[in-house]
Design a binder for this molecule. Structure first.
Ligand code: SAH
Length: 347
């Protein structure tokens, strides 16, 4: 089956033409598709056309299989099912600036970061642009009753977006299309572990998204302990690629720094980080590590986290500590899918 959500309006118009349908049908269909409406409810389309479409196409390949709501805050976590049976996950966070959905870009991940649950079994496959868009469409449909919708999108779920480059770029263009979801790319953050050549390429796409870098270390030695990708690209090149992004897009970048006890949060390391980022227009997001059962890394205590933040600020960086959300529903990357897969394999 092919995915209608993979198509632009222009491509739908071509399909209508090739199938002897009037052109205006494309617009009608498109608005149903981006609201995730099933074929049988598309009542302004002739039945014959709907049946013809249903033979060949799916509206939304992404189905919410489970939804968990945090009792601590209003965070929701979703387990989605894809047509081939693969499972991915997502988190919806309610912020004062709007509902923010965290999207996955791959089933699993092959980057191998030592602290991350998404990568434990490698990458199963890339998601299609329609499967990325479909996560938003499915959640919007769920939120509609409450008169809410996804306002911000962060590509921070499972997967490395720049390792699925073409599909991610196409997804961003579809997301931004005026006749589609029409979401401003200013409301989108793309997070990468630092694939330097792809970061340089991405800066030229003319997509004004916020770029986040998972830096997690002040130097190569520490970074290599946490992230295998550091063996491929030295940290100085990563930072140079960030400077290039700021220059090309005029957008401030976000530096993500997961604090790992005994590894990357000593006072001297805050100084080293400040020196590394000197002059870069950025904001540092400090994330006390979310301990993953399969990994023997843990977060520092609160005092150490705050001391690290103050030290960065003292050196002129803007830095905040990320508030933990959905702690009771396995809010962190890859944890939910993994626990469901394990429960199923033990059943
Ligand atoms: N592959 C992309 C996006 C997915 S991960 C990237 O690497 O940026 C989203 C963020 O969560 C990254 O900053 C990642 O390093 C971080 N992360 C993953 N597991 C974590 C954990 N156990 N605790 C804290 N942050 C984690």
């Amino acid at each position: 089956m092919r995915e209608l959500l993979n198509l632009t309006l222009c491509e739908l118009e071509e399909w209508m033409r090739a199938n002897d349908q009037p052109r205006f049908r494309a617009k009608q269909l498109y608005s149903w598709v981006i609201s995730g409406t099933p074929f049988e409810e598309m009542h302004n389309l002739p039945k014959a056309l709907r049946e013809r479409l249903a033979e060949e196409w799916v509206v939304n390949p992404v189905e919410i299989r489970e939804a968990y709501r945090s009792r601590l805050d209003e965070t929701e976590k979703y387990l989605y099912k894809l047509p081939d049976g693969n499972l991915i996950e997502g988190v919806l966070m309610r912020y004062h600036h709007g509902d923010t959905l965290c999207l996955s870009t791959q089933v699993g991940c092959r980057m191998g970061c030592r602290f991350c649950a998404s990568t434990l079994e490698g990458c199963v496959r890339n998601l299609t642009p329609g499967e990325m868009l479909g996560q938003i469409v499915a959640v919007n449909r769920r939120l509609r009753e409450a008169d809410r919708r996804v306002h911000n999108v962060v590509l921070m779920g499972s997967g490395e977006p720049l390792d699925n480059y073409e599909n991610t770029v196409r997804f961003l263009r579809l997301l931004n299309a005026p006749e589609g979801l029409n979401l401003s790319l200013r409301n989108v953050s793309l997070s990468t572990c630092g694939l330097v050549p792809r970061m340089l390429q991405f800066a030229k796409e003319g997509l004004a998204v916020t770029l986040s870098i998972s830096l997690h270390a002040p130097n190569d030695e520490v970074r290599k302990r946490l992230m295998p990708v550091a063996n491929a690209y030295p940290i100085r090149e990563v930072v140079a690629a960030l400077r290039n992004y700021v220059e090309k897009t005029g957008r401030r970048v976000i530096v993500e720094y997961a604090l790992v006890k005994g590894v990357n949060c000593a006072p001297g390391q805050a100084d080293e980080l400040a020196a590394l980022l000197k002059g870069l227009i950025c904001h540092v997001n400090l994330i006390p590590l979310n301990a993953v059962a399969e990994r023997d890394l843990c977060p520092p205590d609160r005092r150490e986290v705050e001391a690290f933040q103050h030290r960065l600020e003292h050196r002129g960086l803007s830095a905040t500590i990320r508030r933990e959300m959905g702690a009771d529903i396995q809010g962190a990357c890859g944890q939910l899918r993994r626990s469901v897969l394990q429960a199923e394999s033990h059943a």
